[in-house]
Design a protein around this ligand. Structure first.
Ligand SMILES: [Zn+2]
Ligand SMILES: [Zn+2]
Length: 589
C-alpha cells in the first residue's frame, strides 16, 4: 500500500503529464496538482479516510480524484498514470523544461541516443553526438548547449522565498524524509536554519547510512518538478511553486560537520576555518583534524582519532576554543570576536521563555476572532496572559475603537475574566499621529494596562520630520511599546526614513520599550537595529500582532528575529510573569 507521499507523487506526475499534453487536459492537470498538494499536506491517516469513504471531505478532492487515490492506495499503481507514461518518452518532465525542446524533439533524441535526462542530454550535446541526429545539426546543438546552460543558471538566481513559506515546505520535506529507509536524523540548514527573513532555498541535511538511497527517495517527493543538480549525496530541485530545495545526505559520522557547513553563513564558516588554521587544526565538512606540523610529514593532515567525540556542534566550537554560536547568530557580524572573548550572550531568549501574547486584535477592530476566542487560544498555548490591543479611533479604516466602544470592550473583558484562567490585559494599539501625539486623550490612555504605539499613516514624511514625530511620541509621559517600529513589509515596502539612532537614544531616556513584531511579513525592527537598541539597554517585547487565533503562532518568528538581534531572555518584558509584566509596562508609574 502506498503512503500519502507516494500517492501525492503519482498525482503530481499525472498533473504534469496532462499539462504537457496541453489543450483541454490543462484543466484536468490543475485538479491533479491541487489534489497532490492536499494529499501531501494531510494530517490524518489516508488509509482511514479511504476506509471511511471520506476522501471527498478534503478540500480539492472530488469524486473522480478520490477514485484514483483509492486505486493508488489499494493497488500501488494507477491506470491513468501508466497510460500517460506510455504516451511520452522517459525523462519528459525534466527535459521539457528546456526552452526550444519540443516533445517531438525529445522523442527523437530518446529514440536515437537513448536520452532520458537533462544530464545525459548535456553530455551528448557537449560531445557532439546530438548534431548527428536527423533534424538537429551543429547549430541546433550549439543552441541546445546554450539553452541548457541558461536554464540551469536561471534556476540558480531564483526568487527569494519568504521565511514562513520556506518553513512550511521545509517541514513537509522533513516529514517526507522520515519515510526514507535508514534515515537517522535530519535538520533544516542554510538561511532557513538561521531564521533569515527570506531564503534562497529550502535546505535540509540528513544523516543516513544510505546517502544515495535517500537522494533517490527525495527525488520522488511529490512537489518536485525539476532536478537542477544531482550527485550521489546531494541534489537541488525546483518545487511545484518555483521554490528551490536542496537535500544533502551525510553519513552519521559526518552529519554534524556537514550540518555546520551547510548552515553557514559562508562568511561565518570561513572565519571558523581561518581560526582552525591558527590553532593548527584543520576543519572541513568531513572532520576536524590535527595538522601535523613537524617532521617529514609536515603539511599532511591526520584526522583526529576522536572524531566520534563530536556529539554536537558545540563540540566543534569547543575544539576551536570558542563559545557556542547559535545558528541565528552565524553571520560574521561580530559573533566570532565575541565568542573568542567569551562575551557572547548564553541566555538568548527562547520560545519557551515567552509567557504572554502581546499585541492581539479582535473583532472590535480588524481582527477575525472575538476576545474570548483569542484568550482561549492563547491559554491553549500555555500562555499566562495576553494583551488585547485593538486599533485606536484614528485608524478608522481598521475599525479603530471609539471611547464608548472601549467601555464595552472593558466590560466584556471583566465578564470573560471570571470564566478563563489566562489573564486578559486591557490595551490599545494607539496611533502615533502626524504630530507625534498618541491617539485617545491622556485620561483614557492612563487607564490602559498596556499601550502599543504605532505609525499607520503618513509613511512618506521626510526623514527629519519623521524623526521629530517619533522623538515626540517616545517622550510622551505614558509608558508605551513602539509597535512595528520602522513600518517595513518584507518584499513589499521598505522601512521608512528616519534617524533611527536618535530615536533609540530618546527611547533609552524615556518610558518606552521596543516591539519585535512576529508577523512574518513585518519582523520589525530588523536585527542590526535590535543590536543597536541593546547597546542602549532598551527593553523589548516579542509580539504576535495577531489578527486571528492562528496568527498567535507568529510568536516563533518574533523569537527567531530577536535571537538574530542577540536578545537575551532578561531583556524581553513578556518573559516576565503577569505581575512583573504589568508593573513594567504600566502607562503611569
Ligand atoms: Zn499596527
Ligand atoms: Zn497591530
Amino acid at each position: 500500500m502506498l503512503d500519502k507521499f507516494a500517492i501525492a507523487a503519482a498525482l503530481q506526475e499525472i498533473g504534469t503529464l496532462l499539462e504537457l499534453k496541453g489543450g483541454d487536459s490543462r484543466f484536468k492537470a490543475r485538479a491533479y496538482q491541487r489534489g497532490a498538494r492536499s494529499v501531501a499536506g494531510l494530517s490524518v491517516d489516508i488509509g482511514k479516510l479511504i476506509e471511511q469513504d471520506r476522501l471527498t471531505s478534503i478540500a480539492g478532492i472530488g469524486n473522480a480524484l478520490a477514485s484514483h487515490i483509492k486505486e493508488l492506495y489499494q493497488t500501488g499503481s494507477s491506470s491513468v498514470l501508466k497510460n500517460l507514461r506510455r504516451e511520452f518518452p522517459p525523462g519528459i518532465i525534466e527535459l521539457s523544461g528546456v526552452p526550444g525542446l519540443s516533445i517531438s524533439k525529445i522523442r527523437t533524441l530518446h529514440e536515437a541516443l537513448g536520452i532520458t535526462s537533462l544530464s545525459e542530454l548535456k553530455a551528448a550535446a557537449e560531445t557532439s553526438r546530438v548534431r548527428k541526429v536527423k533534424g538537429f545539426g551543429a547549430r541546433t546543438e550549439e543552441k541546445l548547449v546554450e539553452a541548457i546552460a541558461n536554464h540551469q543558471k536561471r534556476g540558480n538566481t531564483d526568487k527569494l522565498v519568504h521565511i514562513h513559506h520556506a518553513q512550511h515546505l521545509g517541514e513537509q520535506i522533513l516529514n517526507y524524509l522520515q519515510t526514507a529507509e535508514g534515515l537517522q536524523d535530519a535538520s533544516f540548514a542554510g538561511s532557513l536554519r538561521r531564521w533569515k527573513e527570506t531564503v534562497e532555498d529550502v535546505r535540509v541535511v540528513a544523516s543516513t547510512n544510505q546517502p544515495s538511497g535517500l537522494i533517490e527517495h527525495f527525488l520522488r517527493f511529490p512537489l518536485v518538478v525539476q532536478v537542477q543538480h544531482r550527485s550521489a549525496n546531494t541534489c537541488t530541485v525546483l518545487l511545484a511553486d518555483g521554490t528551490r530545495a536542496s537535500v544533502i545526505a551525510a553519513r552519521p559520522g559526518n552529519y554534524l560537520l556537514t550540518l555546520l557547513f551547510e548552515t553557514g553563513s559562508e562568511a561565518h564558516v570561513n572565519r571558523l576555518r581561518q581560526l582552525s588554521k591558527v590553532k593548527n587544526l584543520s576543519l572541513n565538512n568531513r572532520n576536524v583534524g590535527l595538522r601535523q606540523s613537524s617532521g617529514k610529514h609536515a603539511r599532511t593532515e591526520r584526522p583526529m582519532s576522536h572524531l566520534t567525540d563530536i556529539r554536537s556542534e558545540a563540540d566543534v566550537y569547543r575544539y576551536l576554543d570558542l563559545q557556542y554560536v547559535a545558528p541565528e547568530l552565524r553571520e560574521d557580524e561580530g559573533e566570532i570576536e565575541a565568542a573568542v572573548a567569551k562575551t557572547l550572550p548564553e541566555d538568548l531568549v527562547m520560545l519557551a521563555d515567552i509567557q504572554g501574547m502581546v499585541h492581539c486584535h479582535t473583532t472590535y477592530s480588524d481582527g477575525k476572532h472575538t476576545i474570548e476566542e483569542m484568550a482561549r487560544a492563547a491559554q491553549g498555548m500555555g500562555m499566562k496572559y495576553l494583551t488585547i490591543t485593538d486599533h485606536s479611533p484614528t485608524a478608522f479604516y481598521a475599525g479603530g475603537v471609539t471611547a464608548d466602544r472601549l467601555r464595552m470592550q472593558w466590560d466584556e473583558i471583566d465578564e470573560l475574566q471570571e470564566r478563563v484562567s489566562i489573564r486578559i490585559l486591557k490595551g490599545t494599539e494607539s496611533d502615533i499621529v502626524a504630530s507625534g501625539a498618541l491617539d485617545y486623550p491622556d485620561s483614557i490612555l492612563e487607564q490602559f494596562d498596556v499601550i502599543v504605539a504605532s505609525i499607520h499613516s503618513r509613511y512618506k514624511m521626510d526623514s527629519q520630520k519623521m524623526t521629530e514625530r517619533l522623538l515626540t511620541a517616545m517622550r510622551q509621559p505614558v509608558f508605551k511599546i513602539w509597535g512595528h517600529a520602522l513600518g517595513r513589509l518584507i518584499q513589499r515596502r521598505p522601512p521608512f526614513d528616519c534617524d533611527v539612532e536618535r530615536v533609540l537614544d530618546a527611547i533609552s531616556e524615556s518610558r518606552a520599550a521596543i516591539e519585535i513584531n512576529g508577523d512574518p511579513y513585518r519582523l520589525d525592527m530588523e536585527p542590526r537595529w535590535i543590536r543597536e537598541a541593546r547597546k542602549r539597554k532598551i527593553r523589548f517585547v516579542i509580539s504576535v500582532d495577531a489578527h486571528s487565533t492562528g496568527a498567535l503562532n507568529n510568536v516563533k518568528y518574533g523569537v527567531g528575529i530577536a535571537r538574530r538581534g542577540w536578545v537575551r531572555k532578561g531583556e524581553v518584558l513578556n518573559t516576565l510573569g503577569v505581575k512583573a509584566f504589568l508593573k513594567a509596562v504600566r502607562p503611569v508609574s
